[in-house]
Design a protein. Structure first.
Length: 369
């Protein structure tokens, strides 16, 4: 699947036009609708620490490009999680105009909009190439913007980072059966977290920067978060030695740049296009980085930290998938918009199989399979 992801991303990259970025300032934004020469600053509230490769630093890459393309006229002032508002309050703050923009995963807003996680990560796929095919060339982008608008949020959403598959968790003890899961206190994100709840796990959601301390203080027994090179930055291997694969819950991850709608509407069409293209560039870079860094991180975990990389048994993967089918059926029955998005995505995936089921070679197995 890496090949198809790469092909999709390359085609996106070929369409980029890096010609600058619209200034989005914290004041008088409506009067700054083009390259007026006025130096402006846009504060961006990050939902994840910016030292995390691909996941957190993608927005820093956007800021660097904007600074270079505008000769320093436009400064995207990226703030760490909690510096402006708590990470889980970014959507409300951007919508109200308290802050101009935020960067993070749509799944953080699941409590406000049940369909939101469908625009950030979905158990058992799609993988990255198919996911962004649906977003850019299916109905994904339109549906996501509808979700925000119909829920009353005054924001514009732009996909702005893309990651490949994750690991599916760090555990203090081996997990061989569903009985080993029951009663565990675990940080787990998104729709996969609902699967784990169904299997008896006490699930909580918290931003990445808070997880290690919760593990160290035994507030958590286990956590999933992201990819090995990202999890490495957060130190999970110091307190949990069993890292499980594959990332059934998150075969790809999308992050978005949210911009207050009034600010967005005040920009020229050219400037809107520039910002969109800048985020597409971040999609390419974050995806490539997320694929490139993981093997070395896995080796460091194994050789230097005593981590045991484990693979879920076929029985456990089948259990997760069956439970996911129950969860998604329940969510679709509860929320009409969730149902609409899910059915649209499934129709796209069924159509995509005509191509995807024929074109790509099977993955070679690793030595641990």
């Amino acid at each position: 699947m890496v090949n198809k992801c790469a092909v999709t991303i390359v085609f996106l990259a070929l369409g980029f036009s890096f010609i600058g970025c619209q200034p989005i300032g914290s004041s008088d934004i409506r009067n700054r609708n083009s390259t007026s020469g006025v130096k402006v600053e846009l504060k961006v509230a990050a939902c994840q620490p910016t030292n995390l490769p691909g996941l957190g630093d993608a927005i820093l890459g956007v800021a660097d490009r904007v600074r270079a393309m505008t000769s320093g006229r436009v400064e995207l002032n990226v703030q760490e999680p909690g510096a402006l508002v708590p990470a889980l309050e970014v959507l409300d703050a951007v919508s109200s105009g308290t802050i101009e923009s935020g960067f993070g995963p749509a799944g953080f807003w699941a409590g406000k909009m049940p369909a939101a996680p469908l625009f950030s990560a979905i158990p058992f796929g799609p993988e990255a190439g198919e996911y962004i095919a649906w977003m850019y060339h299916g109905d994904g982008l339109e549906l996501e913007q509808r979700m925000y608008s119909e829920a009353g949020f005054q924001v514009v959403s732009l996909p702005c980072a893309l990651l490949a598959a994750e690991t599916s968790g760090w555990f203090r003890k081996p997990v061989d059966t569903v009985e080993d899961l029951r009663g565990l206190k675990m940080r787990f994100y998104g729709l996969g977290g609902q699967v784990m709840q169904e299997l008896g796990v006490a699930v909580t959601v918290m931003p990445g920067g808070e997880i290690y301390q919760a593990l160290e203080k035994n507030i958590l027994d286990a956590t999933e978060f992201s990819m090995p090179a990202i999890d490495e930055k957060l130190g999970f291997s110091r307190v949990a030695k069993y890292n499980y694969y594959p990332g059934w819950h998150q075969q790809a991850t999308l992050l978005e740049l949210l911009i207050n709608k009034s600010i967005w509407d005040s920009l020229s069409k050219v400037d809107q296009s520039i910002i969109s293209n800048a985020c597409q560039a971040a999609m390419l870079d974050s995806f490539a980085k997320s694929e490139a860094l993981q093997a070395d991180a896995i080796r460091r975990n194994t050789n230097e930290r005593g981590v045991e990389n484990r693979r879920w048994s076929p029985e456990m993967l089948a259990l997760y998938e069956a439970t996911w089918a129950d969860v998604v059926s329940r969510e679709a029955a509860r929320d009409p918009f969730f149902k609409e998005v899910w059915e649209d995505l499934q129709a796209f995936r069924n159509h995509y199989r005509e191509w995807g089921g024929r074109a790509f070679l099977p993955r070679p197995k690793t030595s641990s399979q």
